[in-house]
Ligand binder design. Structure first.
Ligand SMILES: NC(=O)c1ccc[n+]([C@@H]2O[C@H](COP(=O)([O-])OP(=O)(O)OC[C@H]3O[C@@H](n4cnc5c(N)ncnc54)[C@H](O)[C@@H]3O)[C@@H](O)[C@H]2O)c1
Length: 342
C-alpha cells in the first residue's frame, strides 16, 4: 500500500492506495458511521453495506444536485446523525462530491472519508478536497473545500467498471502524467497493453503516481489561487467538446489534451515530438485523438465557461512531458488556432 498525505487548511487527508476494501472499518473513528452511495454501487457490492445505515440515490451526473443534498440531509436526520457521526462516501466522483458536500455542511461539518470505486474518483475526484454539486445548468457551481480524512483506493473495484468509465479515468491519469510526471508518462507508454488488461500491481502503481501529482499540486495551492489550475489541462476545450459533441468526459478530455498540446506547439512552448508522443499514448489506450467539429459552437461553449470563471481565459499549456504552465490566452488566439483534429 502507498499512503500519500495532503495537508490543507481544511484538514489533512490520507490517500490509501492499494488498501483493501475489507479493511475499511479499521480506518473509521469510533461512533456511528453512515455510508452514502449510489444505486449501481450498492447493487454491485451489496455485502459492503450489510448492517450499515446507508443513504442511497440514483446513479449518474443528474443526481449531483441540491435536491439530492436535501434528500441526504433528510436521511441523516432520520438516521439520528449527530456531530459524532462519520460519513463514508462509497462510489465514484458523483458520490464523493455529494457525500463530501453533505458531510461538510450538515451540522456545520461532520467527519468524512471516501472509499472510491471508479478509476476517475481514485486518481482525481475524491482527492484534493473539492466537494459540491451542479446548479443552474453549470457544473460544480455550489460547493466547499474540505479535505476528507481518508480516501481508500482499492484497485479491485476497477475490474467491474464499464470500459467507458475506465477510459475516463485513464484520460485523467494521462493528464497527470503530462503535467507532472514524465516517469508516469513513460510507464504508460511502455505498458499501455498491460494497463488495459488491468494488471493489479500496475494499476496500483499508476494510481499512486497519478495521485502523487495531484496531491503535490493541491498541497501547494489547495484553493486554486494559481498553480492548481494546471489540473485543468485539456479541460477548457474538453468541456466544450463534452457539452457540444455529446462525447463522454474521457473522450472529450483526450481531444482537449491533443488540442492543447497543438496550441502549445503553436506558441513555441512544446516540441512537436512531445505533442506526437501524447497523441500516440492516448491512442494506444483507446482514447480518441481526432475529431471534426463546428468551430463556432466550440468557441461559444468556451466563451460561456470563460464568462462563468470571470476575467481572462486561463489556458494550460505544456512545456514538455511532465511540465505544464498556465498562461492567459486571448480568445482571438484560440479562434485563430482551433480547427478539426486530424
Ligand atoms: N471534486 C473534484 O475535485 C472532482 C474532480 C474530477 C471530477 N469530479 C466529478 O466526478 C464526477 C465523475 O466521477 P465518476 O467518473 O467516478 O462518475 P460516477 O460517480 O458517475 O461513476 C460513473 C458510473 O460508474 C458507476 N460505478 C461506480 N463504481 C463502479 C464500479 N466499481 N463498477 C461499476 N460501476 C461503477 C456509477 O454508479 C456510475 O454509474 C463528476 O461529477 C465530476 O464533476 C470531481
Amino acid at each position: 500500500m502507498t499512503v500519500l498525505e495532503i495537508r490543507g487548511q481544511t484538514g489533512t487527508s490520507r490517500v490509501l492506495i492499494g488498501e483493501r476494501i475489507d479493511r475499511l472499518s479499521s480506518h473509521l473513528p469510533g461512533g456511528q458511521a453512515i455510508f452514502i452511495t449510489d444505486r449501481n454501487v450498492r447493487r454491485l457490492y451489496p455485502a459492503l453495506f450489510s448492517g450499515i445505515p446507508t443513504v442511497e440515490f440514483p446513479a449518474g451526473e443528474s443526481a449531483k444536485s441540491l435536491e439530492t443534498v436535501a434528500f441526504i440531509y433528510g436521511k441523516l436526520l432520520e438516521l439520528g446523525a449527530d456531530r459524532s457521526t462519520f460519513i463514508v462516501g462509497v462510489g465514484g466522483g458523483v458520490v464523493s462530491d455529494l457525500a463530501g458536500f453533505a458531510a461538510a455542511t450538515f451540522l456545520r461539518g461532520l467527519g468524512f472519508g471516501y472509499a472510491s470505486t471508479t478509476l476517475l474518483a481514485q486518481v482525481d475526484a475524491s482527492v484534493g478536497g473539492k466537494t459540491g454539486v451542479n446548479f443552474g445548468g453549470y457544473k460544480n457551481m455550489v460547493g466547499v473545500f474540505q479535505q476528507p480524512r481518508f480516501v481508500l483506493c482499492d484497485p479491485s473495484f476497477i475490474s467491474t467498471l464499464p470500459r467507458g468509465e475506465l477510459l475516463s479515468g485513464l484520460a485523467e491519469v494521462v493528464k497527470h502524467a503530462a503535467i507532472g510526471s514524465a516517469a508516469l508518462f513513460e510507464t504508460l507508454e511502455a505498458r499501455s497493453g498491460e494497463v488495459l488488461s488491468l494488471r493489479p500491481d500496475l494499476l496500483e502503481e499508476i494510481i499512486a503516481k497519478s495521485v502523487a501529482v495531484k496531491a503535490a499540486v493541491v498541497g501547494r495551492d489547495e484553493k486554486e489561487a494559481g498553480e492548481r489550475r494546471v489540473l485543468n489541462f485539456g479541460h477548457t476545450l474538453g468541456h466544450a467538446f463534452e457539452a457540444r459533441l455529446g462525447l463522454s468526459h474521457g473522450e472529450a478530455v483526450s481531444l482537449g489534451m491533443v488540442a492543447a498540446a497543438e496550441l502549445s506547439v503553436g506558441r513555441g512552448l512544446l516540441p512537436a515530438e512531445d505533442a506526437a508522443r501524447l497523441r500516440a499514448l492516448l491512442g494506444s489506450l483507446g482514447l480518441p485523438t481526432s475529431v471534426s467539429f463546428d468551430r463556432d459552437a466550440i468557441l461559444d461553449a468556451v466563451r460561456k465557461d470563460k464568462k462563468r470563471a470571470g476575467g481572462g481565459l486561463k489556458f494550460v499549456f505544456l512545456k514538455g512531458i511532465g511540465n505544464a504552465v498556465v498562461e492567459d490566452i486571448p480568445l482571438g488566439e484560440l479562434e485563430g488556432h482551433i480547427h478539426d483534429l486530424r
